[in-house]
Design a protein around this ligand. Structure first.
Ligand SMILES: C[S@@+](CC[C@H](N)C(=O)[O-])C[C@H]1O[C@@H](n2cnc3c(N)ncnc32)[C@H](O)[C@@H]1O
Length: 318
């Protein structure tokens, strides 16, 4: 008998039990943000296990995530570098390393050792080839005062993309949720834009994203905003309730007809294919020279009227 996927549902309970009910090769992307075993105060989970116990537990759910992922799918694991070194050893046996994404979430220095400035997100694909991956772009970084580019593009500014640069494996443009008024009653809630970036990069609209440690629903909200299905698992019914409440008010986010991660009215991540359609291409130096040399033929009155009426319609539709 074929098992139905619990699409767009939050399962309250232990992730290992719930994962065992998910069929093999049925999920497009898994994202896991487990407890870091740092003695944080969760509602139900004991976040202070003996090291070996913690790692043995992690191995079980990591292998389950690989099992449920489709051959075209990906697995993302978020944690502090210390634990990711062990996770990598587990995943290297059964999946394929793509990237270690360093997310600099703007933490405060703690002293004693090197300042922990980044969290890691391990990105593995289930298969060595044929996995889904979409190039994504983020806005160019600019100086707050003069609004000039922060990066020196080596005299090639004219050839730069009109919107922003292709995203690398070092993410420094997404902040942790700093203000208490923007966060839920949860000790480590992730920003929606982090998950939207992961989802835009690794899945298509209509795909299924699974998070075995849903917390207060970040992955599910990001999936819904990006037009994907979600499956969330969370041990604590209070966190699950908060997630459901937020999801009830969540709808798709599009920029000029394309799924995009938008923050404070500005696009934070967009797929390359969509960026090409939405942002007019930047002209190269040569193209600019050619344009100056050859003035465009004068438009007829009829053409101008058509153009004006199209612009008016465009404005009214916005
Ligand atoms: C680091 S938090 C995830 C936060 C989430 N990414 C967010 O943005 O809200 C880990 C979550 O895993 C949950 N958890 C702990 N043990 C679990 C288990 N065995 N099965 C399912 N969830 C569990 C905790 O209650 C906690 O909410």
């Amino acid at each position: 008998m074929k098992t139905e996927l619990p699409l767009d549902q939050i399962i309250v309970g232990d992730c290992l039990k719930a994962l065992r009910k998910i069929p093999d090769a049925s999920i497009d992307a898994c994202f896991a943000d487990p407890p870091f075993n740092l003695n944080k105060r969760y509602g139900k989970h004991d976040d202070d296990m003996v090291r070996e116990e913690y790692l043995a537990w992690c191995e079980q759910w990591i292998l389950e995530l690989v099992r449920v992922t489709k051959p075209t799918g990906s697995i993302f694991l978020h944690n502090i570098p210390k634990w990711l070194t062990y996770y990598s050893a587990i995943l290297n046996r059964t999946a394929h390393f793509r990237h270690w994404i360093a997310w600099d979430s703007m933490s405060t220095p703690l002293g004693k050792t090197l300042m922990p400035a980044h969290y890691g997100i391990l990105f593995y694909s289930k298969s060595p080839k044929g996995f889904k991956f979409h190039e994504i772009r983020a806005p160019h970084k600019r100086c707050r005062l003069c609004h000039g580019f922060l990066k020196d593009y080596g005299g090639k500014k004219d050839m730069m993309h009109a919107f922003g640069q292709l995203v690398s494996d070092a993410w420094t443009d997404i902040h942790r949720i700093k203000h208490n008024k923007r966060r839920d009653e949860h000790p480590c809630q992730l920003p929606i834009h982090l998950l939207e970036r992961v989802i835009l990069m690794s899945t298509d609209p209509g795909d299924v994203v699974l998070d075995p440690f849903l917390g207060t629903g970040t992955t599910a909200i990001a999936a819904k905003q990006m037009g994907r299905h979600y499956i969330g698992i969370e041990l604590d019914e209070n966190y699950a309730r908060i997630a459901r409440e937020k999801l009830a008010f969540t709808s798709e986010t599009k920029f000029k007809g394309h799924f995009a991660s938008v923050y404070l009215g500005k696009v934070q991540t967009i797929r390359e294919v969509d960026a090409k359609k939405v942002f007019p291409a930047q002209l190269t130096k040569q193209q600019k020279r050619d344009k100056k040399a050859k003035p465009a033929p004068a438009a007829s009155v009829g053409e101008l009227e058509l153009e004006l009426s199209a612009r008016r319609k465009d404005k009214a539709g916005r």
